[in-house]
Design a protein around this ligand. Structure first.
Ligand code: AMP
Ligand code: ZN
Length: 470
């Protein structure tokens, strides 16, 4: 079976064929965070989906070269640094650090490169690209000294978003308070410096200023992955104008098709609305960790719905994720035991697994079907074990199968991670202590101890550690 992906550009499922002639190398560009605050779990839905895609491509034998940009200069970062009274790089540094920690918590594979927009080499590449666009009549400097893309000279503009831009294509210049551009849809490539930018400025042939957000991705993807790439991803809100602008910029410079497959994930929602900073309806990863959920529980909660379907964030959903992992953990424990001590089997080497999991993901990452296959497998093999008709070798074969599919899921409990079952008891104990029910609290402490963990109470609440550990 071959891999099919839904391409936003054609709005169709297409067989995946990478650019490389031998067909094993895949280049992938993923739009990264703007580091003016902690990313929320809506953002991480996009990054977890991209991780699932990368891991499945690798499962299928591709070698993935992935790049993710870090936007460390824009209106929000500048505003934040001015408000905090520190230089821009000092303001963004802790958010960059936190972002990398969060990626690790969610078991997202590191990208090959994380280019930063403020890097001098990348700024030069952006300036070179803008100069080329101007020389081709695709960009111009306006009276406000900023440089804009001239969308009317790029007939493909609007193809990705399937927008009819004719309404936007009004004639004549449009004045606004802020700037003077030829067309309302023209977007900034270079933003002329003004006082609100403080010390943030780079020299350019058009005077001091800073790059626009869109040119960042065009320049960095071209520099690091070349003018043509296989896959470009983001959330659906990136389609327009950001990715549309990237196409106009890159193809305007190279004259070649920029991206073969555009993939976009639907939003993580809260009560029917996009989770976002501006609506204030967001949770950061750290908020959820503080509530006692582990990184892999949050990973599971974000991964379990097909990437093109909206996913509603609910606390019940978090509990379901916890239960699903408890089920997987329990199954693995049983099968590890069986692989060590179940009756020895004779005869031909045992078969386990089959292709159901990978085949489901080949269909545009159909994770619901893949997980359905996994949980059906767990049910069925548990039944066989109960009946005594599954022996040592078969158990080992199922474990090997799990290890293979877990290169995609990344959900195996690492020994030092507090198991979901223990966390559940710890949560009950926290509530008992809040209610000053000391007897129940002590009982639950014993339960935690029986599970091999220890609850210690400090001024920040209880800490759960491995028994005998620190
Ligand atoms: P931003 O920092 O807003 O540019 O977003 C970074 C990435 O997260 C982009 O790929 C967005 O499309 C994506 N994103 C933002 N909000 C959500 C959401 N609620 N659900 C899924 N993806 C999102
Ligand atoms: Zn981008």
């Amino acid at each position: 079976m071959s891999l099919h992906l839904f391409n936003t550009y054609s709005r169709a499922l297409e067989e995946f064929r990478p650019l490389e002639p031998d067909g094993r190398k895949v280049s992938m560009y993923t739009c990264g965070p703007t580091v003016y605050s902690h990313a929320h779990i809506g953002n991480f839905r996009a990054y977890v989906f991209e991780d699932l895609l990368q891991r499945h491509l690798e499962f299928r034998g591709y070698e993935v070269e992935r790049v993710m940009n870090i936007t460390d200069v824009d209106d929000k970062t500048i505003r934040g640094s001015l408000a905090a009274g520190v230089p821009l790089s000092e303001f963004t540094a802790p958010f960059k650090r936190a972002f990398f920690e969060d990626l690790e918590t969610l078991r997202i594979k590191p990208a090959g490169a994380y280019p930063e927009a403020t890097d001098g080499g990348h700024i030069r590449a952006m300036i070179a690209m803008i100069a080329k666009l101007i020389s081709r009549g695709l960009a111009y400097q306006a009276e406000d000294k900023s440089v804009y893309y001239r969308i009317k000279n790029f007939p493909e503009y609007g193809r990705l978003a399937h927008f009819d831009l004719s309404e936007l294509r009004s004639s004549g210049r449009i004045k606004s308070d802020e700037y003077d551009k030829e067309h309302v849809g023209d977007f900034a490539l270079w933003k002329a410096w003004d006082e609100a930018d403080g010390a943030v400025r780079w020299e350019s042939p058009w005077g001091p200023g800073r790059p626009g957000w869109h040119i960042e991705c065009s320049a960095m993807s071209t520099q690091l992955l070349g003018g043509q790439i296989d896959i470009h991803c983001g959330g659906v809100d990136n389609i327009f104008p950001h990715h549309e602008a990237e196409i106009a910029q890159t193809e305007g410079c190279t004259g070649q098709k920029f991206v073969r497959y555009w993939l976009h994930c639907a939003h993580l929602q809260v009560e029917g609305q996009k989770m976002s900073k501006s609506l204030g309806n967001f949770h950061t990863l750290r908020d959820l960790l503080a509530k006692g959920y582990s990184g892999r529980e949050i990973r599971f909660a974000l991964i379990r719905v097909h990437y093109r379907a909206p996913l509603n964030f609910t606390w019940e959903g978090m509990e379901e994720a916890r239960q699903a992992l408890t089920r997987i953990d329990g199954w693995l424990e049983r099968f590890r035991e069986a692989a060590a001590s179940a009756p020895h089997e004779t005869g031909s080497s045992p078969q386990a697994g089959g292709e159901g999991f990978g085949d489901a993901l080949d269909e545009d990452l159909n994770i619901s079907a893949a997980l359905g296959f996994l949980f059906e497998t767990i049910r069925e093999t548990n039944r066989l074990l109960d009946q005594g008709s599954l022996g040592q070798q078969t158990a080992a074969a199922w474990l090997a199968w799990w290890q293979r599919i877990d290169t995609v899921l990344a959900l195996t409990s690492s020994g030092d991670e507090i198991p979901a079952g223990v966390l559940q008891v710890a949560e009950e104990r926290r509530e008992a202590r809040l209610a000053k029910d000391w007897r129940k609290s002590d009982e639950l402490r014993d339960q935690i101890a029986a599970l091999g963990w220890e609850a210690r109470d400090g001024k920040d609440g209880q800490k759960i550690t491995k028994r005998g550990g620190l």
